[in-house]
Design a protein around this ligand. Structure first.
Ligand SMILES: [Ca+2]
Length: 449
């Protein structure tokens, strides 16, 4: 689970919500992605643990780490710092041999520090993000991967009750089906971040846990690679997520999420299951909504949506049971989806609607699903951070409560947008776009709409 960070609508404090590696891993991973991934779709997002990009945009990084930058003002030398880890490591069962081998000849990695400072104001529209998620290359590689691992995916689905399409989708989004785990030395990355005091004690704890993983022999010292922020293996788990969710599916006594695809896929399924995946419930699907549908209806039964005139894009009947909510990642002018609580479980890997949609849609496509049918409103771009702050100021001037204008388009800002839209007779989808900002600019400071 990657961490992608993003600034988001959720507030910080959500680190707790990071997925395993995700859970934690994501943290940097997000960033990491930057560094690691061949996946160009991930942007250099900020490293915040909070993850999510606004629903519509993808400042995605993985669940990530917090926003504070590493200060690079070490209070002690790197060697003294690593020696200072010994007591904690020993207390957790790490042997002197493992400890010494882990840190032998190690120096801080300046690239890691540089990456903590990398922030991007660039916001990739959700359609570009999804386009990369299901690029021809990825579908091709993924098609081969799910064919080669078909038996494993079937067994994992049977063992954990998690849809194989979603497991495959996570695998593809995280590491391009195991082809890109990141090439950073995890111990070095974590030690660099912990030594720099990045995110307080978070990385120190991850570092000690990584030593425990080495001690237990799940992977050897040189094989412990991952993202620059310490997200490891094919699942991109942070060490603490690894300890909590990684499983040994092959039965050889090692939880090897690096070189064992069965262990990695089962670990992902276990992560999703432990975070509430409901067996047999879809993540969701694309829908057609009738004109005049009331937004903000929240969660209701598929039967109620059907009653309201919502139809599946593929023409099939709505599920007999279950509840869902409407998701319109680019506002009312773009595609609409009904998503269930399983969609939110995917977000535990990386708290971003765009990420979860990428996982879900990629998984569907790998198993014969159709492309997203409705066109994206590519003429109306999402807002960058400066524009977001400006939007919030305009809304505040119009009397809407958006809290402190911070450029984070959270639920409060979205609700304010919807109220404004309602007031001026626009579809109240709460979607922040350049067109909306321009309209607010023209309307002046609340004097007239
Ligand atoms: Ca194993």
């Amino acid at each position: 689970m990657a961490f992608r960070a993003g600034r988001s609508r959720r507030s910080a404090g959500q680190m707790a919500a990071w997925p395993g590696r995700h859970v934690a891993a994501a943290v940097l991973v997000g960033l990491a992605q930057v560094s690691c991934s061949s996946d160009s779709y991930l942007t250099t997002a900020s490293i915040s643990p909070t993850a999510s990009a606004s629903a519509t945009t993808t400042r995605l990084s993985r669940p990530t780490v917090p926003t504070q930058e590493a200060t690079a003002v070490p209070s002690a030398s790197f060697g003294a710092f690593t020696n200072g880890i010994w007591d904690s490591a020993k207390a957790q069962g790490v042997s002197r041999r493992t400890f010494d081998r882990a840190f032998a000849g190690l120096t801080p990695d300046p690239k890691v520090i540089a990456l903590t400072k990398k922030q991007s104001e660039f916001v990739k529209p959700v359609w570009e993000y999804l386009g990369s998620a299901v690029s021809e290359q990825r579908l091709e590689r993924g098609g081969r991967a799910v064919t080669e691992s078909a038996a494993t995916l079937t067994k994992v689905e049977a063992a954990y009750g998690v849809d194989r399409r979603v497991v495959a989708g996570v695998w593809g989004m995280e590491t391009n089906f195991g082809s890109y785990m990141g090439s950073s030395d995890v111990i070095r990355s974590l030690a660099t971040l912990a030594h720099a005091g990045y995110r307080g004690d978070f990385f120190r704890g991850e570092l000690v846990t990584a030593l425990v993983i080495l001690e237990q022999g799940h992977i050897d010292r040189d094989g412990m690679v991952g993202s620059w922020a310490g997200a490891m293996g094919q699942t991109q788990f942070m060490p603490t997520s690894f300890m909590a969710y990684a499983v040994d599916f092959t039965g050889d006594g090692r939880r090897d999420i690096w070189t064992s695809t069965p262990d990695a896929l089962a670990s992902t399924a276990n992560y999703l299951k432990k975070h509430g995946w409901e067996t047999g419930l879809t993540w969701g699907f694309e829908v057609k909504v009738p004109k005049g549908l009331t937004y903000g209806a929240g969660q209701q039964s598929f039967a109620a949506w059907s009653q309201a005139g919502v139809r599946r894009m593929d023409g099939r009947a709505m599920p007999a049971r279950g509840e869902a909510r409407i998701l319109m990642p680019a506002g009312a002018r773009g595609p609409a989806f009904l998503v269930t609580k399983n969609f939110d479980v995917i977000k535990r890997y990386n708290n971003s609607d765009a990420y979860a949609l990428g996982v879900a849609h990629l998984g569907d496509r790998l198993y014969g699903g159709a492309p997203i049918q409705a066109p994206w409103p590519t003429d109306d771009l999402p807002l960058d951070r400066m524009q977001s702050v400006e939007l919030q100021k305009h809304l505040a001037a119009h009397g809407f409560d958006v809290g402190e204008p911070d450029g984070k388009l959270g639920s409060q800002t979205r609700a304010a947008i919807a109220s404004y839209q309602e007031r001026v007779g626009l579809p109240a989808d709460g979607y922040p776009s350049v067109t909306l900002l321009e309209r607010l600019r023209r309307s002046g400071n609340g004097r007239a709409t």
